[in-house]
Ligand binder design. Structure first.
Ligand SMILES: Cc1cc2nc3c(=O)[nH]c(=O)nc-3n(C[C@H](O)[C@H](O)[C@H](O)COP(=O)(O)OP(=O)(O)OC[C@H]3O[C@@H](n4cnc5c(N)ncnc54)[C@H](O)[C@@H]3O)c2cc1C
Length: 395
């Protein structure tokens, strides 16, 4: 069992000792929830806590730092099954987590609302089906139900959305949160509650009588009763070869994103009505939170992200993103490039994302979140906590 420095403030008699590998948003969410529920948590990660994308970025190992933070749950194209349930639960948990963290002085910036634009008539038909789906209206507070925005309503938005938009589905409950701020809030709050964090890269996992032995790249080793493998793309390399059936491998899908600043002459009037995220043909446009002096602050937005199988960035994909495949409004074409970054997503081969699997002997896999790790982090953490609390061997 690992040793935890200092008493865990919320320790309860039934608390377990849990080691979490990976301090991306999924690993941090698991660590935070576990420590809040009374478990003693050791978080290990091979890279330093605050490696943030900055101008002209190299490829970072932590996908969460590249993410745009769009939470797309209510407009998900299915209305049943595991994917639907995880998304709805996660959206609900993010609301509760944000309130809890804010109450302890760690607010996570949240921009509510998501507008899914229809580029084709078939998009409009699909949106009508979602609009009239009773599961999406159930339990919604007043003013929280999905809405159809017609072209006339779209024309009121400033800056303007692509002229080819035929209409849109507006979801007040979806939106965007800042993934780096979320990671900071979870890390600080978990540390304050007794979580121990070490900068250690794990080289290999081996079964042992107490559970799992971790061989660390520093040469040390560590035994643990419960182990959560949330190392994103790095998870595949750590999975012991003898597992039956062998868990699916994870493959990289690269994403590029941009931060742009509007030309002062294109600056929209205050209250231009943009929701947290606008989505056009799968591309997210996200207004950055205004600075304290909103009137003087430049109007910036994030644009992304490309979907490029593999680890090599393509200049063509970036160009197409930059001008919305030839459909960018003039203000977007004139906008100044401030920042370009890229990151990798982990896509499970042959299985739906994410991989939430109990691999036996106290080893839980929480990885392969592909395009929705920010959204799905809380529901993944809840699954992990419930498995641990149910005990080994529980089904
Ligand atoms: C450009 C881009 C945009 C995105 N936009 C969105 C979005 O809008 N909404 C959304 O929900 N999702 C989005 N995603 C997806 C999201 O970023 C991922 O699904 C999510 O970040 C996965 O989190 P994670 O914690 O599993 O992995 P990661 O964030 O990659 O973290 C894995 C961690 O494990 C550590 N690690 C790896 N191997 C080892 C080892 N051997 N020992 C110790 N530590 C190790 C790494 O250092 C890393 O810190 C986007 C992704 C990209 C690339």
């Amino acid at each position: 069992m690992h040793s935890i420095a200092g008493p865990a403030r919320f320790e309860v008699p039934s608390g377990r000792a849990v080691t979490v590998i990976g301090a991306g948003l999924v690993g941090l969410s698991c660590a935070w929830l576990l420590v809040r529920r009374g478990h003693a948590v050791l978080l290990l990660d091979g890279c330093e806590p605050a490696r943030r994308p900055s101008g002209g970025d190299p490829l970072g190992e932590r996908g969460s730092e590249a993410a745009l933070g769009v939470l797309m749950a209510r407009v998900f194209h299915r209305s049943s099954g595991r994917g639907w349930r995880l998304r709805q639960r996660s959206l609900e948990l993010w609301g509760a987590w944000r309130r809890e963290l804010a109450a302890r002085g760690r607010p996570i910036p949240w921009r509510p609302g998501l507008l899914l634009l229809a580029a084709e008539a078939s998009d409009l038909t699909r949106q009508q089906l979602l609009l009239h789906d009773p599961r999406r209206q159930q339990g919604d507070a007043a003013g929280q139900a999905l809405q159809h925005w017609d072209p006339q309503r779209l024309r009121q938005l400033e800056p303007v959305v692509p002229a080819a938009a035929l209409g849109g589905l507006y979801s007040p409950q979806d939106g965007q949160l800042d993934p780096c701020a979320a990671m900071d809030a979870l890390a600080l709050d978990a540390a304050a509650a007794g979580m121990e964090r070490r900068s250690e890269r794990v080289a290999a996992l081996e079964r042992c009588s107490s559970g799992w032995r971790l061989r660390l790249c520093s040469g040390a080793s560590l035994e643990c009763e419960w182990l959560v493998l949330a190392a994103g793309l790095g998870s595949t390399a750590l999975l012991p070869g003898e597992l039956q059936p062998p868990p699916p491998r994870l493959e990289p899908v690269l994403g590029q994103a941009l931060e742009l600043e509007l030309d002062p002459c294109d600056r929209p009037a205050p209250g231009g009505g943009w929701p947290g995220a606008v989505v056009w043909r799968g591309i997210n446009l996200i207004q950055r939170p205004p600075a304290a002096d909103a009137d003087a602050a430049p109007w910036r937005l994030w644009l992304g992200a490309t979907l490029e199988p593999g680890q090599e960035a393509s200049a063509g994909a970036l160009e197409s993103l930059r001008d919305l495949a030839g459909e960018a409004p003039d203000w977007l074409r004139r906008a100044r490039l401030c920042r370009h970054w890229q990151g990798l997503r982990a896509r499970p081969q042959g299985q739906p994302a994410p991989l939430l699997q109990d691999l036996g002997n106290g080893l839980l896999l929480a990885a392969g979140h592909y395009r929705n790790g920010v959204l799905l982090a809380p529901a993944s953490a809840e699954w992990v906590a419930e498995r641990i609390e149910a005990g080994r061997g529980a089904t």
